[in-house]
Design a protein around this ligand. Structure first.
Ligand SMILES: [Zn+2]
Length: 86
């Protein structure tokens, strides 16, 4: 049996702390650029509540948190991901 201690992370939109498993992780990978739920590097988290992932300022908050611009390719992937939560 592997004991799992929940890793808590803060949503960049509502600033509430959640178990990392309940958050959408966006990482600015050193080599591969911005990725969803994978990659190594600076990361930001968004909770799976509609008001957060549809936050009109989310894109700006993410770009600030990741210190990088979001590509349209990433935004397409993100849109597909959040479609699962609606
Ligand atoms: Zn949130």
């Amino acid at each position: 049996m592997i004991q799992k201690t929940p890793v808590m992370r803060k949503c960049i939109s509502c600033r509430t702390t959640f178990d990392r498993n309940n958050l959408i992780k966006i990482t600015n990978d050193h080599k591969l650029g911005i990725m969803l739920n994978q990659g190594m590097g600076r990361s930001a988290y968004i909770c799976k509540s509609k008001k957060c992932y549809t936050d009109s300022k989310l894109q700006k908050k993410l770009q600030k948190a990741l210190r990088s611009n979001l590509s349209s390719n990433f935004l397409d992937i993100f849109d597909m991901e959040i479609a699962n939560y609606k």
